[in-house]
Design a protein around this ligand. Structure first.
Ligand SMILES: *Cc1c(COP(=O)(O)O)cnc(C)c1O
Length: 422
């Protein structure tokens, strides 16, 4: 059957979806609510709730002894699980802190390691927190660095890659980018950019927050130096679940964290009063970990590992292609434009639609239509597609609910006043 706008076509895609059965691993109290914001906060896996229940028992029973069972090792153990999703060999990832804090630690390590170089390259499409962290670090280091943000020639959809490659030179200390950009969903060519940076002796730090769990990643094969990533988006780790960081094996003992804490100390229980960094990746830990969140997140990783990144990516592309097809047919006539790359090879797992009434349309969808996308200034409505639990029928239904909002002008009832979290 050729692709068309009928519901029966969506249903046929669901029938031939090898990942359809994974939806049952999630707690979905209202099946009529179409959730397309898994790129901001994933749905809760049933296993995470169970793990937290068991953990409460363990906490009560084991008390402080829990740390000797499996709490102390959790940052490394859970890191090894995430390693399976990002093409990393053992001993290179720990789970800890937030993405922002980890970015600070690794950018600081990189700049100290390339202390003779002044340039930090990034892009204006980056997640603002990443840019703030770089600005704060530059300030802390005495304002001797130059932060250069490359721009975009097509209204913030794709970055200007030629500009980026042209700027990497012998004075570049660090190239740091989000692998998938948070607004348009543009997917960078990690291998090519890392290779160019290395050719000029620059280090790379990739933020995987919008790609991990949605796009296959090969950190080792791409020879990446540093990476950070988020676990509450496509990894479904839960609100505030700790982030992860990666440091290439042969760099680990040559760089250091700017935050010298006891969890990164060589032998913390000697309580030595002088800091000596632990060998390996553990030196990037600082203080006590959020164990409840971390173990809930650990349980969330199993369905992703079971499904495998290649089949997740295959479904993700089928979904975003189908969504864009429907939008071209049914939404463009109402004044929407596609705010993401049209080539699936350079697109992550969310699609942005732009509309001058974007904010109110998003509000109407959430409040009147039981569809949850999200809104990003100035005019982007993002539809996140999570291959583990979103279905093709949901995509069809979501597009038709958007159409209803436009057709009946339901968005006119909502205010343009922004709420705290959009
Ligand atoms: C979600 C996200 C973050 C989140 O940072 P936190 O410090 O964990 O809140 C950072 N960077 C990018 C690119 C993101 O998408």
């Amino acid at each position: 059957m050729d692709v068309n706008t009928n519901l029966s076509y969506a249903k046929s895609l669901d029938r031939s979806d090898p990942l359809a059965s994974f939806r049952k691993y999630f707690h979905i109290p209202d099946p009529n609510l179409i959730y397309m914001d898994g790129n901001s906060l994933g749905r809760p896996p049933k296993a995470s709730g169970k793990r937290v229940q068991v953990l409460t028992e363990e906490w009560g029973k084991d008390l402080i002894r829990g740390f000797n069972k499996d709490w102390w090792q959790a940052p490394v153990r859970v890191g090894e699980k995430i390693a399976q999703l990002v093409g990393a060999g053992p001993g290179q990832i720990v789970v800890t802190d937030s993405v922002s804090v980890n970015l600070f630690k690794l950018a600081s390590a990189a700049l100290s390691y390339r202390s003779q170089r002044r340039k930090i390259l990034t892009d204006s499409l980056n997640f603002p927190s990443d840019l703030y962290i770089l600005q704060g670090l530059k300030h802390l280091l005495g304002d001797k660095h130059l932060i250069i943000r490359i721009g975009s020639k097509d209204n913030e959809i794709t970055p200007d890659i030629d500009e980026l490659l042209g700027l990497i030179d012998e004075d570049t200390a660090l190239v740091t980018l989000s692998h998938v950009t948070f607004k348009s969903g543009y997917l960078y060519d990690m291998a090519a950019i890392t290779e160019t940076a290395h050719r000029h002796g620059a280090l790379v730090l990739w933020d995987l927050s919008h790609s991990v769990g949605a796009v296959p990643i090969e950190l080792d094969a791409c020879d990446v130096d540093f990476a950070v990533g988020c676990t509450y988006k496509y990894l479904n780790g839960g609100p505030g679940a700790p982030a992860f960081l990666y440091v290439r094996k042969d760099l680990q003992n040559q760089v250091s964290s700017p935050i010298w804490g006891w969890w990164g100390q060589n032998d913390p229980f000697t309580f030595s009063i002088d800091y000596e960094p632990a060998p390996g990746i553990v030196r990037f830990l600082a203080g006590t970990q959020p164990i409840l969140s971390m173990l809930a997140m650990e349980a969330a990783l199993d369905p992703l590992i079971l499904a495998g990144m290649n089949s997740l990516r295959r479904k993700s592309i089928l979904m975003s292609e189908y969504l864009i097809f429907l939008a071209d047919e049914l939404l463009v006539p109402f004044g929407f434009s596609i705010g993401s790359p049209r080539d699936p090879n350079i697109r992550g797992s969310h699609v942005s639609f732009r509309h001058k009434e974007g904010y109110r349309i998003n509000q109407a969808l959430i409040e009147a239509m039981s569809v949850i996308p999200d809104f990003r200034e100035p005019d982007n409505i993002r539809f996140g597609l999570s291959p583990l639990y979103n279905s093709f029928t949901e995509i069809w239904e979501a597009v038709n609910r958007v159409r209803k909002v436009m057709d009946k002008e339901i968005f006119e009832r909502y205010s343009n006043q922004r709420s705290i979290v959009t």
